[in-house]
Design a protein around this ligand. Structure first.
Ligand code: ADE
Ligand code: ZN
Length: 365
């Protein structure tokens, strides 16, 4: 909850989330619960005192030094996820919190290689996540899509095998009844610097041929050439993070002209020390230049906040007007990978919210 006069409006604003790692929703308490249930041993106090309790782990999460420092905890945590019900529970926790925060549509990432390399079946992970997605649509009215990410620190051969597993499992097939794919698109995540997007050109080329949507983390820690590399060689339609785009005005112009959506994650950028404060995330620059972006939570269990906390942090830092928020919400809808019918519904919810809160001012009286 923020202290700005727009808090109620921000809470009710219909949100689309495009940058959320399901594995990044594993809270310290769920991590400890699943470790006990699945008989997974966590590091002993001698090896790593941070695993003494959920509280000590939470405390450690409050001072990551960079992306790789965070990722070592993220990958270690993932090991407690073993059974289909674990994946379903994790995703369900996300959807219930997303509902509370006003999310109407979510496009969520998962990292298949972080499971298959431990002998956990690809198909089972997808089944678990999709069970939660189906329940979220039925019980919470949240529509969603699943995006599988390749881990860029792993050999390209592993990405090729992951692609083959998804094909063999029929996860890219358009299902007769729903006209949807279990997995709608490809993403690229993990350590950025030194692992250039160009490495994964074959997988993204195949994805394009198969009609999959495409995005990649770029410009989080990497310089703008990682962004142009993703756009030029992987033909991504979006860029995840992309905050370093401001360092290359010409590239920024291209992103505007081509309506590339950036999926910005302000609290993540602060936690991983890409910026010192949310006010350094180029929100105003992007708005003024006409860059389309959405605001997202990335790994909420690690970065101290879900999507509404991110909206609030932006409001506290930038004091945006309701019209500016309308632009953010509208661009988030237009940049979503959903059909026109769902977009029309989402736009109607946005209009209703704007009408309900008309007259509200960002300036406290
Ligand atoms: N995997 C999970 N969160 C990530 C992030 N913020 N950047 C890159 N890879 C990730
Ligand atoms: Zn991310």
């Amino acid at each position: 909850m923020c202290k700005t006069p727009l808090h109620e409006f921000l809470a009710e604003l219909p949100k689309c989330e495009h940058h959320l790692h399901l594995e990044g929703c594993l809270s310290p308490s769920l991590l400890f619960t699943l470790a006990a249930k699945n008989d997974i041993s966590l590091p002993s106090a001698d090896e790593d005192a941070t695993y003494a309790s959920p509280e000590t782990l939470s405390e450690r999460y409050s001072h990551f030094t960079n992306l790789d420092d965070f990722l070592q905890y993220y990958y270690r945590g993932i090991q407690v996820l073993v059974h289909q019900e674990d994946f379903e529970m994790l995703a369900w926790e996300y959807f219930t919190t997303a509902k509370r925060d006003g999310v109407h549509h979510a496009e969520v990432f998962f990292d298949p290689q972080s499971h298959t390399e431990r002998g956990v079946s690809f198909d089972m992970v997808v089944e678990g996540f999709n069970a939660a997605r189906a329940r979220a649509e039925k019980e919470l009215g949240i529509t969603s899509q699943l995006i599988m990410c390749f881990l860029r620190h792993m050999p390209v051969q592993s990405a090729a095998e992951t692609m083959a597993s998804a094909v063999a499992g029929g996860h890219f097939d358009i299902k007769e009844g729903s006209k949807e794919r279990a997995i709608i698109g490809l993403g690229l995540d993990s350590s950025e610097v030194g692992f250039r997007p160009e490495l994964f050109v074959d997988q993204f080329h195949e994805g394009k041929e198969r009609g999959l949507r495409r995005t990649a983390h770029a410009g989080e820690e990497g310089d703008p050439s990682y962004i142009s590399g993703a756009l030029d060689t992987l033909h991504t339609e979006r860029i995840d993070h992309g905050i370093r785009l401001v360092e290359d005005p010409e590239l920024l112009g291209r992103v505007v002209d081509n309506k590339v959506l950036l999926t910005v994650c302000p609290l993540s950028n602060v936690c991983l020390q890409a910026v010192k404060h949310v006010s350094e995330v180029p929100i105003k620059t992007f708005l003024e230049a006409g860059v389309m972006f959405s605001i997202n939570s990335d790994d909420p269990a690690y970065f101290g906040g879900y999507i509404l906390n991110n909206y609030c942090a932006v409001q506290e830092a930038f004091d945006l007007s309701m019209d500016e928020w309308k632009t953010v919400a509208r661009n988030s809808i237009h940049g979503s990978w959903v059909g026109e019918r769902r977009k029309t519904e989402l736009l109607a919810s946005l209009d209703a919210c704007m009408k309900k809160h008309a007259g509200r001012s960002s300036v406290s009286t």
